[in-house]
Design a protein around this ligand. Structure first.
Ligand SMILES: [Zn+2]
Ligand SMILES: [Zn+2]
Length: 362
């Protein structure tokens, strides 16, 4: 990974930075994330309906809109940002998603898709964050892909943005009444999913202070006053939510927070701090963690081997028949539609995958 001048001082390029070959999301998932997701998965037909919508509509719509309204990063366009995402993918053992940059004055970053995945970074976020803070945010977004959150996050979109349309199109008696209970179940999971992804962000930057500063900037950041920001004090705000006992107030706050892209920053700061000080984090950094060598459980692109097996696109060999399945540069660029062939001096994507050694080998 060759950083360009703009990003070469990011910690993630340090030779001492730990990478996590073949890491499974289970190695860092926040307690209760999977259980809360299981409750959503138990809704009859939800998984099938959401998958159908994603594969037949949302992913293409998002691809079209992103390419119409934003600038796609590649080796030839905002190369330093693209390489930063690529490096973060190396650290978290993930295939590289599409990356889009958009001119937008709000501090935001988000991830979309289940198989065709993309990360969008707002210009304000890139301009306001240090390189390390940015790598924390990128790691957080990659966490969503690692955990395959895309599918059930689209349930949130249905409930929050398109609910009236859904109710008008599906004349099922009583459907409208399901919104609040579904939204509460969704929120219960989403909150924990965010905590899981903050952990992925920390695994990427490997510096708790940078992670917390990046997180804090999403909630309340004033340019020029960074040296006065106190993360301990901000973390203590999390206690304020415990003081409020009125259930209606809590419900309204949840419904409103559901429209907010980065809610509950003080409690996230608190949880991130606890994780950074935990034995679990120390063990992970020492290289002991649960693996998912085939990347079966994570989101991201899939390729079909000649033997017919559907494989995670990051693999270089088929575990079933042993064939080499890495794409040629031209095929990879054509498949990605990005014109983003890696400059020759840096070697092909396949060479890179092979040299990393962490991916599946026979
Ligand atoms: Zn998130
Ligand atoms: Zn095969």
């Amino acid at each position: 990974m060759t950083p360009t001048a703009k990003t070469q001082h990011a910690r993630i390029y340090s030779a001492t930075h730990v990478t996590f070959p073949d890491i499974s999301y289970k190695a860092f998932v926040y307690p209760g994330d999977e259980e809360a997701l299981a409750a959503l998965k138990a809704i009859p037909g939800a998984g099938q309906v959401l998958t159908w919508i994603q594969e037949n509509f949302t992913e293409e719509l998002m691809y079209l809109q992103n390419n119409q309204q934003m600038i796609r990063a590649s080796y030839h366009n905002y190369a330093s940002l693209y390489k930063m995402v690529e490096r973060c993918c190396d650290i978290l053992s993930l295939s590289v998603p599409e990356l889009y940059i958009t001119t937008n004055p709000t501090m935001n970053a988000y991830t979309m898709g289940q198989r065709r995945t993309s990360i969008v970074l707002h210009s304000e976020l890139i301009e306001s964050m240090t390189l390390d803070e940015l790598s924390f945010v990128i790691g957080h977004e990659l966490g969503h892909i690692k955990c395959a959150h895309g599918l059930y996050r689209s349930l949130g979109d249905l409930l929050i943005r398109y609910w009236e349309l859904v109710v008008s199109m599906l004349p099922v008696p009583g459907l409208a009444l399901l919104r609040v209970p579904l939204l509460l179940a969704y929120w219960e999971w989403y909150r924990r999913a965010e905590l899981t992804c903050d952990r992925a962000g920390l695994l990427c930057v490997q510096d708790a202070a940078a992670g917390m500063a990046g997180l804090a900037k999403l909630a309340g950041k004033v340019r020029g006053y960074e040296d006065e920001f106190n993360s301990d004090s901000a973390r203590n705000q999390a206690e304020a939510s415990k003081e409020v006992k009125n259930k209606l107030v809590v419900l309204v706050a949840i419904l409103e927070a559901a429209q907010n892209t980065h809610p509950f920053v003080p409690s996230r700061l608190k949880q991130l701090d606890a994780f950074a000080k935990s034995d679990q984090y120390r063990t992970l950094m020492a290289g002991q963690y649960e693996k998912d060598a085939l990347g079966q459980h994570e989101g991201g692109a899939r390729i079909i081997c000649e033997c017919g097996l559907k494989l995670n696109a990051k693999l270089s060999f088929c575990p079933e028949c042993g064939r080499t399945v890495g794409q040629t540069e031209a095929a990879a660029a054509a498949a990605a539609g990005d014109g983003g062939t890696k400059p020759a001096e840096e070697g092909s994507k396949l060479d890179k995958l092979k040299s990393m050694g962490g991916f599946f080998k026979r």
